[in-house]
Design a protein around this ligand. Sequence first.
Ligand code: XLS
Ligand code: NI
Ligand code: NI
Length: 440
Amino acid sequence: MKEFFPEIKEIKYEGAESKNDLAFKYYNKDEVLGGKTMKEHLRFAMSYWHTLKAQGVDMFGGETMDREWNKYENVLERAKARANAGFEFMQKLGLEYFCFHDRDIIDESMMLADSNKLLDEIVDHIEELMKKTGRKLLWGTTNAFSHPRFVHGASTSPNADVFAYAAAQVKKAMDITNRLGGENYVLWGGREGYETLLNTNSELEYDNFARFLKMVVDYKEKIGFKGQLLIEPKPKEPTKHQYDFDTATVLAFLRKYNLDKYYKVNIEANHATLAGHTFQHELNLARINGVLGSIDANQGDMLLGWDTDQFPTNIYDTTLAMYEVVKNKGLGSGGLNFDAKVRRGSFEDKDLFLAYIAGMDTFAKGLKIAYRLYEDKVFEDFIDKRYESYKTGIGKDIIDGKVGFEELSKYAETLTEVKNNSGRQEMLESKLNQYIFEVK
Ligand code: XLS
Ligand code: NI
Ligand code: NI
């Protein structure tokens, strides 16, 4: 089989002292933390779209990236070459998993039936590659946002034909995901949202969105798909108001339509910050509500207001993200999908490897620091003590539901002074720094 990255050999762990750019400094896949290897904790995945399809196009200019595998004339040949390049890439980097949209693995045809036939052919090929290389599918999804038919949304389009088309696409993508043993199925809203209420029946759109998600649940049962269903929140882009704004919005929506027990969330760092939250906030909210399913690992640029999908290199963010994952006792069937793309100026194939190494190392180091913070109960003990007043006396009565406003008023009248303690934020931030600097 043609090698697409002949200059690059298997990327190995060489340790923090290494000067080799094409080696891991912190990601040591077999290193054990709390009974699990780093590889098992992190479950890294390659995003098919950003890694294999994106070629550097932006609003002001064309492709800067010259990818050998995208040059084949014939649709199926091109799709096979793309898959071959992807599997070579995963093997060389030691990435166990991948994620795709239906339209990433092979280009769409004019008619749905033809698209589906082509999908079957490329899935045969991908299945073979998976067997040969031991790579696994973290999740599959549908691209129901790029084609012009989705101009007004998919399941929230005012056009019922578009709803039907999106349903057919999700059905097929779920079949494929199931066939390839996918561990999750993702629904990112795409264009499910609106630009202006002057032309929008938002009530019907929300209801239809829920109808659609119910059909996903029914079909999952029908085909016996064992994977986890995930919704990926995002507040804006492409539409101004996206219905899946953030975790809190998604939870309220799912609960209203009695869908909450079927779905968890896939949290993306850059989507969290677009919603005005930190990455940790979204992970935390998902965790305490029992819906933390998986992660799209990337980072945004705080000076830009859109989804820049950069490779994660900020150690503060990865540490605090992994802290939530450790507290969640892992991600279950989820993993860390690099929903990230190299910058337009990083146009060589080699940059793809360098970018993944940067992201994997930053998360590996973040995991180690988070694990130590957790084991040493650096924040836990402080937080525990901060809420001590709820363990005895009036606090315990509140927790136990023994008191109401009348009892509390009587109690409050007896207080001569209300005393608070310092939150010690700066001290805690300094401790976090100490762990970031010192953990080996
Ligand atoms: C776009 C989303 C998308 C999903 C999959 O912003 O992150 O890439 O992860 O459809
Ligand atoms: Ni994403
Ligand atoms: Ni994104």
